[in-house]
Design a protein around this ligand. Structure first.
Ligand SMILES: [Zn+2]
Ligand SMILES: [Zn+2]
Ligand SMILES: [Zn+2]
Ligand SMILES: [Zn+2]
Ligand SMILES: [Zn+2]
Ligand SMILES: [Zn+2]
Length: 289
């Protein structure tokens, strides 16, 4: 019933140990004997109620002669102790421990800061408790509260209150681009799949893809024109020439999609899957001399 010895960093003097519970004196109390033997208040009260003697010297005493002394309490209070929560590294005088537990300890459970909530929670866990778990945390309508007024005026508690808000707040917007429909969350969930703007959005996307495809085809054609010019040495600009060489190298390494001028194929190469014989012309009759 005393204070555990393990809590203290200093060696506890023997006269501050209660011989009934073997812990450090809690509310040190003299038994009323002539030797001033000290015990914890609760320990000696329980003992004297049953036996009416001092537990150490056996002198007769009674409940009315027990004396709690501030001197013993101060002596214990001056001992250095650690926090009663093992995870906490607080150290200080034992007399400051309770204040630490009540205010600055991050690990010791304290009552939730919401009035009426009986949950005990450490300072480290409090934000999460308030945010997610506490049924008494008030939250305000993120949409201004104009459309969910009633007696709550845009303020609701967690839990059932959240669902209650979604049912009465008429300020939810349809998520579809350009759609101006607003209503409660339930109304919006029913509306969104068939929303005209939902379909319009898909049509717009389809048009955008088509336009991009056309632009890409034009760009390809432009590249082919440049290639042809370079091949004929008809384009004298040196930089363009280098770019065209790089392009041709990439194509040779199969890094670019096929395409382009059949005119560039030397005889003997495969064109459209059909081999063109290199000496095709030599089979013709020789011209007359
Ligand atoms: Zn005791
Ligand atoms: Zn005694
Ligand atoms: Zn602590
Ligand atoms: Zn709470
Ligand atoms: Zn609202
Ligand atoms: Zn809509």
């Amino acid at each position: 019933m005393g204070i555990p010895v393990e809590l203290f960093l200093d060696t506890v003097p023997e006269h501050l140990i209660c011989t009934i519970c073997q812990d450090v004196l809690e509310r040190g109390t003299m038994s009323g004997c002539t030797e001033d033997h000290p015990y914890c208040l609760k320990c000696v009260r329980t003992w004297v109620r049953q036996r009416e003697t001092c537990p150490t010297c056996r002198q007769p005493t009674s409940r009315s002669r027990l004396r709690e002394t501030q001197l013993l309490r101060r002596e214990v209070g001056c001992l250095r102790s650690r926090c009663s929560d093992n995870e906490c590294n607080w150290q200080g005088e034992y007399s400051d421990l309770q204040a630490h537990l009540d205010s600055t300890c991050n690990f010791h459970p304290r009552p939730c800061s919401n009035r009426g909530c009986t949950v005990l929670v450490s300072a480290l866990q409090l934000p999460q408790h308030l945010d997610v778990a506490c049924a008494l945390t008030l939250f305000s309508c993120a949409r201004g509260g104009k459309h969910c007024g009633g007696p709550n005026r845009g303020c609701f508690t967690r839990g059932a209150g959240r669902a209650g808000h979604d049912a009465v707040c008429g300020a939810y917007r349809c998520p579809n681009f350009n759609c101006t429909t607003v209503g409660t969350l339930n109304v919006m969930q029913a509306h969104a799949p068939g929303c005209a703007w939902h379909l319009q959005h898909a049509v717009d996307l389809h048009h955008s893809v088509q336009a991009l495809t056309n632009e890409l085809a034009q760009a390809r054609q432009h590249i082919l024109t440049l290639e042809a010019l370079q091949h004929q040495d008809a384009y004298p600009h040196p930089t363009i020439g280098m770019e065209m060489d790089a392009w041709a190298n990439k194509r040779a390494r199969n890094q670019l999609p096929p395409g382009g001028s059949a005119a560039r194929l030397p005889m003997g190469e495969v064109s459209n899957g059909v081999a063109v014989p290199a000496a095709a012309t030599s089979t013709l009759p020789a011209p007359l001399p």
